[in-house]
Design a protein around this ligand. Structure first.
Ligand SMILES: Nc1ncnc2c1ncn2[C@@H]1O[C@H](COP(=O)(O)OP(=O)(O)OP(=O)(O)O)[C@@H](O)[C@H]1O
Length: 275
């Protein structure tokens, strides 16, 4: 791992070296030259990223940098215009969203995606049902197996919602709802968890809870997260990719990102632009 890091730091600024083209079994996710074009706009422009198994990676960048579009290309919600998405040793570029989910990709969304009139436990049941190939009515029968119960309990425990399983979702705080989204993503037992702005809209105390939960996730779970709160994200991840105008600007560990002038320039530049 250490040798690989040195290589990457050497190619700081030359991010698409020939070595980047070779797929390694240590990489759970390997994006090769991903472009996503909307009409005349290149929202993602030739992005090559390798995420080794077990790494926690942040995707940062100012508004409109292409972070969410890149997430969508990873999960299959948008089709890459060109480039390849390699996941767990397979080319998933043409695979639909549900098929990528079935082989181990799980994602939370910026906007909550819950059933507000159902309880926590019922939402978990629906999350599990979404994974099951068995056919049955969503809210009707199909009680959980012991193994499914255990998975739901574990995911709720990790997300610190164990004591809230019978609470109706709309009665919970926004922070707890974000925790439930996380639990619903975890119940799939993913290899790769993609978190889209997990702390967006949370109060400072809720941010502490969510960051503690993320920090305590199993170390063998590979994480890729988008987050605007720089202090929070840099305290959570091993490595950072900064995008700007759809392109890769910098890849570096958090300590280098804090002091990187290119990163500072794009954030301050945007701040000046919006001032
Ligand atoms: N479906 C779409 N059709 C057309 N343009 C789009 C579409 N989705 C995103 N874009 C544009 O692509 C660019 C990148 O958007 P994206 O949402 O990926 O950026 P982001 O880095 O996630 O921004 P933010 O931090 O504000 O969420 C923006 O200019 C956006 O307007």
């Amino acid at each position: 791992m250490r040798a690989r890091r040195r290589t990457r730091q050497d190619r700081f600024g030359t991010l698409t070296s020939p070595q980047a083209k070779a797929h390694s079994v240590t990489d759970l996710l390997h994006l090769e030259g991903i472009c996503v074009q909307f009409g005349g706009l290149k929202a993602v422009d030739d992005v090559t990223i390798r995420v080794p198994r077990g790494e926690r990676r942040a995707i940062i960048g100012p508004n409109g940098a292409g972070k969410t579009t890149l997430f969508n290309a990873i999960t299959g919600m948008v089709r890459a215009t060109s480039g390849r998405v390699m996941f767990d040793g397979r080319d998933v570029t043409r695979m639909p969203v549900h098929a990528r989910a079935a082989i181990g990709m799980s994602r939370t969304f910026q906007i909550t995606n819950l059933f507000p009139n159902l309880t926590v436990a019922e939402n978990m049941r629906l999350a599990l049902r979404g994974l099951s190939p068995r056919k049955f009515s969503l809210l009707g029968g199909g009680s959980l197996t012991a193994e499914e119960h255990a998975r739901a309990d574990k995911a709720l425990g990790v997300s610190r919602l164990h004591a809230r399983r019978d609470v109706v979702v709309k009665e919970m705080s926004y922070g707890e709802q974000r925790q439930l989204e996380l639990a619903m993503a975890l119940v799939a037992q993913p290899k790769l968890l993609l978190l889209d702005e997990p702390a967006a809209g949370l109060s400072p105390s809720e941010r502490v809870i969510v960051s503690d939960i993320i920090r305590a996730l199993p170390r063998d779970l590979t994480l890729v997260l988008i987050e605007h709160d720089m202090d929070l994200v840099l305290s959570l991840v091993d490595y950072v990719t900064c995008l700007n105008n759809g392109k890769m600007l910098v890849e570096a560990p958090p300590a280098e990102i804090r002091t990187n002038t290119l990163v500072q320039d794009v954030y301050l530049g945007k701040a000046r632009h919006h001032a």
